[in-house]
Design a protein around this ligand. Structure first.
Ligand code: SER
Length: 597
């Protein structure tokens, strides 16, 4: 077999079909035209569906192309040897023109001719449709292969599951014939065939004979015309032809891979973890580059295509951190892809600045919260009992730290927890309803000042303040400082000795008692004198003006404060003191967190 580069393979393919009377058409956008049912173009046939159904294509009835595709169903699998979210599909099309005989002759010639791929015939195996109630056994394709020179014992008849192609549930479809390289390894069993995944047979090409249309009720009718749709995955075929172990060893990834090595000082292949991280970054940055550089320009957002893009970038950032990739690196890696693909996809060059700017923006935004979010995640799991990760906490990680649910799910799985997805969905919905902003939902890139978590911690601080006074039974216990981040509260108060474990426990219990009663947190505005008269605690300076807000938790706390707060104490779920220490002379410091049970 020949050793080819990606550009060799593209050109060989297009030239071959051009010589057979096909017009070369450009790749369509990654975002499908007029098709709200899918987010991305997932196969070469996608943009051609109207023509397969009978509409006239301006370039004629024989077409060939290299189509950019994105399939994101398996994002979580990326990191292994074979999954990619972006790939190029080499294809040729007969729109009611030639059919099985001609197509199989084309395929055989392209695969075996020295002028093209030069694959020895004895290395090839093929499969054809075995037939069922919807369509007959494809004897014609089998006999065409045999005539071309494939021996009978390397022609496999397989069912619809293997040898039928349709994009989604409805639309043009039909039986296909698939071509495989036989790696020459022993058969895994008597029934070893291209349908099993023992690795003996590697698929390189798929010819679909589209003469049917599937309808929503599951029935099939014949199309007006008989079409051919073929698809050869560029990276996959390249890796097989060149005998390299994975798609990540093909030339398309070379420059980007070297860039990651340069940026991290790590070597691809040096360990399993490093290799996995490399692959995820290589894949996700490439896909992000093509999405951002697409003529229809996808931008990171919280919906639809933008959400997928955001997820990819954030997952790349997360794995980048693992191998020491610093913020600002993704755009450097993307630049390598832009260079690599500049002669094939000029849109990447035209949109270079957008690609760089958007990657930098999104990476910076997420890098800021990633470390805190991971800390929070790790903290939460130390308190978890059982193996369920609370949906509400997953939502908090999303809302506060910008963790897409899929990242939290992945992190949780690594630690042996399953995220309560229903709980997450409920929390998400409740939040959307609360903010009345379904369509404008935004990830909070930074530490938003008054988000839900800080509000709850703020309320916890009031409860802590009053519990300390009660438990320590000391009128001189006064607030000396308070600091709240999304992870924890920090409360400084005047007191001159270390608290005993018992005292800390009592304080904790008292706060949790208030939480368990789910008391309303009431706010009233009143003149400062009135607040004082009611016994409200708080800092009586002019900070709040002469009218102040008083937050009351009946039976537990009354405090002057700017707010905002949780609506009820129940929102706090569970309060936990994590540290008690000296802050300065006569001042103690408590750090505490709230835990979603
Ligand atoms: N539509 C078929 C596939 O994607 C052939 O192009 O495999």
């Amino acid at each position: 077999m020949k050793n080819l580069t990606s550009q060799d393979l593209r050109q060989l393919f297009l030239k071959f079909f051009e010589e057979k009377g096909h017009k070369i058409i450009p790749s369509a956008s990654l975002v499908p035209e007029n098709d709200p049912s899918v987010l991305f173009t997932t196969a070469g046939m996608h943009p051609l569906v109207p023509y397969l159904l009978g509409e006239k294509h301006p370039a004629g009835t024989r077409l060939t192309d290299v189509q950019k595709c994105v399939r994101t169903g398996d994002i979580d699998e990326v990191g292994d040897a074979s999954h990619c979210t972006f790939f190029e599909m080499l294809g040729n099309w007969s729109l009611g023109d030639y059919f099985k005989e001609e197509m199989i002759a084309f395929s055989f010639e392209f695969l075996t001719s020295e002028k093209y791929l030069g694959i020895p015939v004895e290395k090839l195996a093929v499969s054809v449709f075995e037939g069922d109630n919807d369509a007959p056994r494809d004897e014609l394709s089998a006999s065409c292969w045999q005539k071309a020179g494939i021996p009978k014992d390397r022609i496999f008849y397989l069912p619809k599951k293997n040898n039928w192609w349709i994009a989604g549930n409805t639309g043009p479809c039909g039986p296909d014939t698939e071509m495989f390289i036989d790696r020459g390894t022993p058969k895994c069993s008597e029934n070893c065939s291209p349908a099993c995944d023992c690795g003996k047979y590697l698929e390189i090409w798929n010819d679909v004979f589209m003469e049917y249309e599937r309808h929503a009720d599951g029935t099939y009718t014949k199309l007006k015309q008989k079409n051919v749709d073929t698809g050869m995955g560029l990276e996959r075929t390249l890796s097989i032809l060149n005998g390299v172990p994975t798609v990540y060893d093909t030339d398309v990834f070379e420059g980007a891979k070297q860039e990651i090595e340069r940026l991290t000082g790590k070597k691809y292949g040096e360990s399993e973890d490093v290799t996995k991280a490399f692959r995820i970054i290589l894949d996700h940055v490439r896909t992000a580059t093509f999405m951002l550089g697409d003529p229809k320009g996808v931008k990171p957002s919280n919906v639809d295509q933008g959400y997928v893009l955001r997820r990819l970038i954030r997952r790349a950032v997360r794995y980048g951190k693992q191998i020491g990739l610093e913020s600002g690196s993704l755009s450097l890696i993307a630049t390598k892809y832009i260079e690599k693909y500049q002669d094939v996809y000029s849109e990447l060059v035209e949109n270079k600045q957008v690609i760089i700017d958007e990657l930098n923006k999104e990476e910076e935004k997420f890098s800021k919260t990633l470390v805190d979010g991971l800390k929070e995640f790790n903290k939460v799991i130390t308190y978890l009992k059982g193996d369920v990760f609370p949906g509400k906490t997953a939502f908090r990680l999303f809302d506060t730290f910008g963790f897409p649910i899929e990242i939290t799910t992945e992190l949780a799985l690594e630690k042996g927890f399953v995220v309560d997805k229903q709980g997450y969905d409920d929390a998400y919905k409740a939040h959307q309803e609360k903010s009345h902003a379904g369509s404008e939902q935004k990830f909070k890139g930074g530490l938003a000042e008054s988000n839900e978590t800080t509000q709850r911690l703020h309320t916890a601080t009031h409860l802590l303040n009053s519990a300390l006074k009660i438990v320590l039974n000391n009128p001189n216990v006064n607030q000396r400082g308070s600091n709240i981040t999304v992870e924890r509260l920090r409360f400084d108060f005047s007191f001159d000795r270390k608290l005993t474990p018992e005292e800390l426990k009592q304080v904790e219990d008292l706060v949790n008692e208030a939480i368990s009663k789910n008391i309303e947190v009431k706010m009233e505005e009143m003149p400062i004198e009135q607040a004082k008269a009611q016994g409200a605690v708080g800092v009586f300076d002019n900070k709040y003006g002469s009218v102040v807000k008083v937050y009351t938790i009946e039976g537990y706390s009354k405090e002057i404060c700017g707010g905002p707060h949780a609506k009820t104490t129940g929102e706090l779920k569970q309060f936990k003191i994590v540290k008690e220490e000296a802050s300065s002379a006569g001042v103690r410091r408590i750090k505490a967190i709230i835990i979603d049970k």
